[in-house]
Design a protein around this ligand. Structure first.
Ligand SMILES: [Cu+2]
Length: 119
């Protein structure tokens, strides 16, 4: 009788651990990449890559220049400053909306950040 109870407890614990593990994994795929690796814009070949980036309110975007020439990302509300090859700059977006930006020396270089309340 005592053994049976122990076995039931053990099974319950195992099931809880498995369920928890699944939840944790799901959470990770849903949220973590969006906040870390994904909010990166490469400046390469006179282009912003990606040119349209969707983020969540409060997220920080990092621009990294990979061209030999200097580029920036700017509009009325922010300016990364001119970035040399290998340099990065960050901007945090605390308001929802669509933010078009461009590069001052090369105004035909255009990008867009779409900030949503929830992704
Ligand atoms: Cu440029």
């Amino acid at each position: 009788m005592k053994n049976k109870l122990l076995f039931k407890c053990l099974v319950t614990v195992i099931i809880l651990v498995i369920l928890n593990g699944c939840n944790a994994k799901q959470d990770e795929t849903l949220h973590t990449p969006a906040r870390t690796e994904k909010n990166q814009v490469l400046i390469q070949g006179y282009k912003f890559q990606p040119d349209i980036l969707t983020i969540q309110k409060g997220d920080t975007v990092t621009w990294t220049n990979q061209d030999s020439v200097k580029h920036n990302a700017t509009n009325n509300s922010f300016d990364t400053g001119l970035l040399s090859k290998g340099q990065s700059a960050q901007q945090t977006f605390n308001e929802t909306g669509t933010f078009d930006y461009f590069c001052t020396p090369h105004p035909y270089m255009k990008g867009k950040i779409i900030v949503k309340e929830e992704l």
